[in-house]
Ligand binder design. Structure first.
Ligand code: AHM
Ligand code: MG
Length: 355
């Protein structure tokens, strides 16, 4: 009976996707953003413009990422190329590119970047009037560049809390539940942008022949379980007991396979599409884990939640955490609901008693 209802659910999801695909057949990211804006009669187009600016910047980043293998021919970072121009490291390039597009686009009042210690205030008349702040990890997983594995850009967008004028830090320290939009661009075997404005998740694949992102993955839903778990297993001995026991259960009882790229965008993309779980837990030397709450955990938690999954730090939903600092880190467990429920149970059973 359970198998039958699962099959019916899959069938219904397939029909729904086919209808959506027919409605949006061949549609580009820009067209989709404009069409979606019409669902909100009061929308003035500011968010749409901001999303399109991020889309354009990511196409430029994609072009440079694609050239990374030619580094010996074009010149390594820090050296000058054949036109006597200084080559930039790709993460610096990605950061500068996004900042330029966001500053010039007129819809962004401030930027928080994993690459910059402080927030960047867009100190222009347009910037003072703009409604949105953007937080970003311009090139996540950049240690994967040299081996041609997937890397990505992660972004999130909040409405400012402050009145018009220069923005301030409080505009950035907002919990995930206040997000207006978030997404990532994965530079992989193909380049994709996946984003949500709080009404489902949609994925667009870059068609290099026309230079446009085209809708390829409408209404992404995460299965309630999956075949794989992703974690840096070499840290196993340093994880909390509940996580060690949870991993043992995944492997020995549920026979889940380990898949770990070491690039959050790549690992998350697989988990979002196929289900499973991605973890970056606390370790004895990094009690807050490694990943950044505002640049990595919250935007991915938003997407996962929008796709029907969940994300927690082991004790609290990631979306409920109120950030205290710009570069704050957080442990994260993110993925299919059934696997997250088990995380809760292991945490409850094996958490060290606090005296
Ligand atoms: P980065 O922002 O410096 O690129 O680091 C973040 C990356 C994530 O993409 C990935 O999940 C994690 O670091 C991998 O870390 P580790 O090598 O410790 O497994
Ligand atoms: Mg990162």
């Amino acid at each position: 009976m359970r198998n039958f209802s699962l099959k019916m659910n899959n069938f219904t999801a397939l029909i729904k996707k086919t209808l959506v695909m027919n409605r949006y057949n061949g549609i580009t990211l820009d067209e989709f953003i404009i069409l979606k804006e019409k669902d909100y009669p009061d929308a003035k187009g500011n968010l749409s413009k901001l999303l399109r600016d991020i889309g354009v910047a990511s196409k430029v980043i994609n072009r440079e990422v694609n050239k990374a293998g030619l580094v010996d021919i074009l010149g390594a970072a820090g050296k000058t190329n054949i036109q006597d121009e200084e080559q930039q490291k790709l993460d610096v390039f990605a950061n500068n590119m996004l900042i330029n597009y966001l500053k010039n686009g007129g819809q962004c009042t401030g930027i928080g970047s994993e690459e910059n210690e402080d927030v960047i205030v867009v100190d222009t008349p347009d910037g003072h009037q703009a409604h949105y702040v953007v937080l970003m990890d311009p090139l996540d997983g950049s240690s994967n560049i040299d081996i041609n594995a997937s890397i990505g850009t992660i972004f999130s967008i909040y409405k400012r809390k402050s009145p018009v004028g220069p923005c301030n830090l409080e505009d950035f320290l907002q919990e995930g539940n206040k997000l207006v939009a978030a997404g990532y661009v994965i530079y992989g075997s193909s380049t994709m942008m996946v984003y949500s404005t709080g009404n489902g998740v949609n994925g667009f694949t870059l068609d290099p022949s026309i230079g446009e992102f085209c809708l390829s993955h409408p209404d992404i839903t995460t299965p309630d379980t999956g075949k794989y778990y992703a974690v840096n297993q070499s840290n196993y001995a340093f994880f909390p007991e509940h996580t060690r026991r949870y991993i043992d259960w995944l492997v020995n009882e549920k026979r889940k396979g380990l898949r770990y790229i070491g690039s959050m965008v790549g690992d998350m993309h697989r988990t979002l599409l196929q289900g499973g779980i991605f973890m970056y837990p606390a370790t004895t030397s990094s009690p807050q884990g490694k990943l950044r709450l505002l640049y990595e955990c919250i935007p991915m938690a938003f997407l996962m939640q929008q796709a029907g999954g969940r994300a927690s730090d082991g004790h609290q939903e990631i979306m409920d955490i109120v950030p205290q600092e710009l570069h704050q880190r957080s442990p994260i467990y993110i993925g299919s609901t059934r696997l997250l429920k088990r995380v809760d149970q292991f945490v409850e059973k094996y958490s060290e008693a606090i005296s």
